[in-house]
Design a protein around this ligand. Structure first.
Ligand code: ASP
Length: 306
C-alpha cells in the first residue's frame, strides 16, 4: 500500500490579487476546498483514484465559478459546448467527450465512454445519444446560463475573437489528479473551452496526451491553459515521456515543458501532476492558477504565485 496524494485545479491565467475581492477569493477557495475534501474522503477510505478525480471534478463542474459544466462559457452561437476526459494509469484506459451540450456532468460521461464503450473519444450529437442510452442527467440551457458569462460573450460575439474565460488571458478549466493507496494514478479534466469559440473548436482537454494523461509507470497530469499550444506541445504525454525515456524527475520534466517548451511557443497556463512516488508539482507560467492539494497530513489551496 502506498500513501495517497490528490491535487485539483480550477484554471490558470492572469489572476492577480487586485482582480478578486476578498469575497470572490473566498468563494474560489471554498470551491476548491470542497472538491479537495471530496477526493480526500474517497482516498483516505481506500477508494480508487478514478472515483476521487471523477467526484471532485463533478463538484467543480457544478460550481458556476469555474468554466466547466454549469459554469461553461458561451460559444459563438450562444450555446455551451463542453469537453472532458478521464484516464486510468493502471491500464492506460481513457474516455473523453467533446462538443457536447446539456449534459450536467461531462466528466461522468467521459467515464462511461471509458468503462462502458469500446471507444475513447465521442463527439457532439453522437456522444449525447450515448449519454441518453446511459440515462445520464441532462439539463436545459437555462441551467447553464450565467449572467457574468453571458456579458463576456456579449462583448465579443460580433467579432471574430475567441476569448479565454473572464479576461483575455484566463483559463477556467477544472481538473484533478490522484494517486490512491493501491498505487494507481488517474487524471480528469473538464472545460467549457473558450468564449465565442466556433466551428466546433476543440481544445486540449479531451485530447489524451495533450491536456489529460495518466500512466502508473510515470505520472498523472491535468492541464489548463491556451489549448492550441497544449495540443501542439502534446504537454501531458511529453512530461510522461521525459520521465520514462529520459529518466527526468517529475519536477525536471514539468519545469522543462511548462517553463521552457510552452513558453518558447507562447503557450500560457499550467498543470497539476503527481508521480508514482507521490511527488507533486503544480507549475504554471501565468500569473496565477486556482489550485489545491492534499495527502494524509496536509491540505492546501492557493490562487496566486508565491
Ligand atoms: N485548455 C482549455 C481549452 O483550451 C481552456 C482552459 O484551460 O481553461 O479549451
Amino acid at each position: 500500500m502506498s500513501a495517497y496524494k490528490f491535487a485539483i485545479h480550477g484554471g490558470a491565467g492572469t489572476i492577480e490579487k487586485h482582480m478578486l475581492s476578498p469575497e470572490q477569493e473566498l468563494a474560489y477557495l471554498n470551491g476548491l476546498q470542497s472538491a479537495l475534501e471530496k477526493g480526500k474522503t474517497i482516498l483516505s477510505n481506500g477508494g480508487t483514484a478514478l472515483d476521487a478525480v471523477e467526484q471532485a471534478v463533478i463538484l467543480l463542474e457544478n460550481n458556476p465559478l469555474f468554466n466547466a459544466g454549469k459554469g461553461s462559457v458561451f460559444n459563438h452561437e450562444g450555446k455551451h459546448e463542453m469537453d472532458a476526459a478521464i484516464m486510468d494509469g493502471k491500464n492506460l484506459k481513457a474516455g473523453a467527450v467533446t462538443c457536447i451540450s446539456n449534459i450536467r456532468n461531462p466528466i461522468e460521461l467521459a467515464r462511461k465512454v471509458m468503462d462502458e464503450s469500446e471507444h475513447v473519444l465521442l463527439s457532439g450529437a453522437g456522444a449525447e445519444s450515448f449519454a441518453k442510452m446511459k440515462n445520464m442527467n441532462f439539463e436545459s440551457d437555462t441551467y447553464f446560463h450565467d449572467e457574468y458569462r453571458f456579458d463576456q460573450w456579449q462583448e465579443i460575439k460580433n467579432t471574430n475573437k475567441t476569448q479565454l474565460d473572464h479576461t483575455e488571458k484566463k483559463f477556467g478549466t477544472v481538473g484533478a489528479v490522484a494517486l490512491d493507496i493501491h498505487g494507481n494514478l488517474t487524471a480528469a479534466t473538464s472545460t467549457g473551452g473558450m468564449t465565442n469559440k466556433r466551428w466546433g473548436r476543440i481544445g486540449d482537454t479531451p485530447i489524451i496526451g495533450a491536456g489529460t494523461y495518466a500512466n502508473n509507470q510515470t505520472c498523472a497530469i491535468s492541464c489548463t491553459g491556451h489549448g492550441e499550444f497544449y495540443m501542439r506541445a502534446v504537454v501531458a504525454y511529453d512530461i510522461s515521456c521525459l520521465m520514462e525515456y529520459k529518466r527526468l524527475s517529475l519536477k525536471e520534466a514539468c519545469d522543462l515543458v511548462v517553463m521552457q517548451k510552452l513558453v518558447a511557443i507562447g503557450g500560457e497556463g499550467g498543470l497539476i501532476a503527481i508521480d508514482k512516488y507521490g511527488n507533486l508539482e503544480l507549475p504554471f507560467n501565468s500569473a496565477g492558477m486556482y489550485r489545491g492539494w492534499c495527502d494524509d497530513a496536509n491540505m492546501e489551496t492557493a490562487i496566486y504565485s508565491e
